[in-house]
Design a protein around this ligand. Structure first.
Ligand code: HEM
Length: 496
């Protein structure tokens, strides 16, 4: 404590933290909007420019809010270590405003303080415990089988010499169907032909809402005071999501009751958590009411779609562009899975190269380029005093591209993640790579995401050669998560 005070007293003042100069109220918003929103679509490039110009810590102000950007593992570690019992990422204004205007509960993604902790403590066990997550392998593999059938069928109807007309759509269906099969222990029917109305409606509304949020987050929150047509449309996307979420929860409650299960007694039967499905478990804990469960479920359904689907898109891009990496991966996976065996949580543990490939994809193409914290105490970062309540953004992308952290950072080297490999870079500070964040507020879907992605890539590589048909390099663009700036064109060639 005394040390902290001394450190702060000796630090350079906050006013000296470098950064671009902006205008009153709007700050540097125009930098984001000029040239048809060049940097709004590519914030990672602006972060890079600023790091070169101002160094590893700088401040910027837009939409009436000042942010500190940090990019050294030491600063990132210091922030996470100071985050306390109720870590706070800061508000996502459009999402929070909708919930407040409609008096709806916030879930783990946007909740704060005790409201957040209550939700998180109910769901952590079911979503982060390896044993519980391992139980989802079978249904995850069923969804993958559906995706593979879908790919084969699309290859015929799209008639593009093995390529899919819309690979992103196929992968969104996969991640959406996977997360729903975990949450509701049933399929929603995204791969049906045509998709079930409920799957289609939910999925379309998530996409529209995400797109609209991506635009609104950069603007001052005018919608708190003026309900424009655009804002009303935005709220209607959310209304539909809540309506569908509420309906699915009610259906599950009815199903359990009609099977004669008394939810209030389920938690007292001494059953182990891995023997219970997600929703019955949450309902039986009796700590969250239906509104709170709906708020949480909708957030899980949304947070698990774009993130995993885009990471897979980037991974396929890497594999399709690098036949040598693809071949090594095939050798590893085919050496472990024999005679049509499906991968599971045990077998993927024996595939370090597979995990290295996915990590490289997350390092080079981080679907979330940064995560943030607002601390309730002052801190010293890179020698500067940063006062409590400042929003501090840890930019993962900048660490990923830093050659003092990663040797040859722009090169794809899956071996750098393999302890036994001569190219291993395992001695690195663990805070230099945090694609799922860190601490009690870390991604709650991390274990699910890692498992579903490992299973999918293992199955795809066993069945197909992956050929990338993009003729120019694909860049990253911000669409709430970082997505490819052109369609990733993959042809799946059946292995014989
Ligand atoms: C490749 C896939 C994914 C990536 C890269 C990713 C990344 C992240 C990151 C960086 C955070 C912020 C963590 C922090 O601030 O410390 C986060 C939070 C979160 N993620 Fe994920 N995520 C992924 C998949 C998923 C999935 C599949 C789900 C749903 C099961 C999910 C649900 C959430 C939720 C609910 C939060 C908020 C947690 C909280 O604030 O307590 N994510 N994710």
């Amino acid at each position: 404590m005394h040390d902290d005070k001394e450190k702060i007293a000796n630090a350079k003042p906050y006013s000296q933290v470098p950064g671009p100069k902006g205008y009153p109220i709007i700050g540097t918003l125009l930098t984001f909007l000029k040239n048809n929103g060049y940097y709004r679509k590519r914030p990672h490039l602006l972060f890079h420019e600023y790091k070169k110009k101002y160094g590893p810590i700088y401040k910027d102000k837009f939409a009436n809010q000042e942010l500190i950007f940090i990019s050294t593992p030491a600063d990132v570690a210091a922030v996470f270590k100071a985050e306390g019992k109720y870590p706070d990422r800061g508000p996502n204004m459009p999402w929070i405003t909708y919930r407040e205007q409609r008096k709806k509960s916030k879930g783990v993604l946007i909740g704060e303080g005790e409201e957040w902790r209550k939700s998180r403590s109910v769901m952590d066990k079911k979503l982060l415990k390896m044993k519980d997550v391992g139980e989802y392998c079978e249904r995850m593999n069923q969804v993958i089988s559906d995706l593979i059938s879908f790919i084969k069928q699309k290859q015929i109807t799209d008639n593009l010499n093995g390529e899919l007309g819309n690979l992103q759509d196929a992968l969104y269906k996969w991640s959406f169907e996977t997360i729903n099969s975990v949450l509701f222990s049933k399929r929603l029917g995204s791969f049906n032909d045509p998709p079930t109305p409920i799957a289609e409606q939910f999925y379309n509304n998530v996409c529209d809402m995400m797109d609209a949020t991506g635009q609104l987050v950069f603007l001052p929150p005018y919608y708190k005071y003026i309900k424009t047509k655009r804002w009303k449309k935005y709220c209607s996307y959310w209304d539909t999501l809540f309506e569908i979420g509420g309906k699915l929860i009610q259906e599950e409650r009815n199903r359990l009751l009609s099977n004669g299960l008394d939810l209030s007694q389920m938690s007292e039967t001494g059953r182990r958590t891995e023997e219970m499905e997600f929703l019955p478990y949450v309902l039986s804990r009796g700590e969250l009411n239906d509104e709170e469960i709906a708020g949480n479920i909708i957030e899980l359904m949304m947070a698990g779609v774009d993130t995993s689907a885009n990471t897979i898109l980037w991974t396929l891009y890497i594999l399709g562009k690098n036949p040598d990496i693809q071949e090594k991966l095939y050798q590893e996976v085919s050496g472990i899975l024999k005679d049509g065996q499906f991968p599971d949580s045990q077998t993927v543990q024996k595939m370090p190269y597979l995990r290295g490939v996915i990590k490289e994809s997350q390092r080079l193409y981080p679907v979330l380029v940064a995560t943030a914290r607002i601390l309730d105490k002052d801190i010293v970062l890179s020698g500067y005093h940063v006062p409590a309540k400042t929003r501090i953004s840890a930019v993962m992308y900048l660490m990923a591209m830093d050659e003092s952290i990663f040797d040859e950072p722009t090169k794809i080297i899956p071996e750098r993640w393999i302890r036994s490999s001569p190219s291993s870079q395992h001695q690195r500070n663990p805070f230099s790579f945090i694609p799922f964040g860190f601490g009690p507020r870390m991604c709650i879907g991390r274990r699910i995401a890692e498992l579903e992605m490992e299973l999918l890539i293992a199955r795809l590589i066993l069945q197909f050669r992956i050929d990338c048909r993009n003729e120019t390099d694909v860049g990253m663009t911000f669409r709430f998560v970082v997505s490819p700036d052109q369609d990733i064109r993959i042809a799946f060639q059946q292995r014989v």
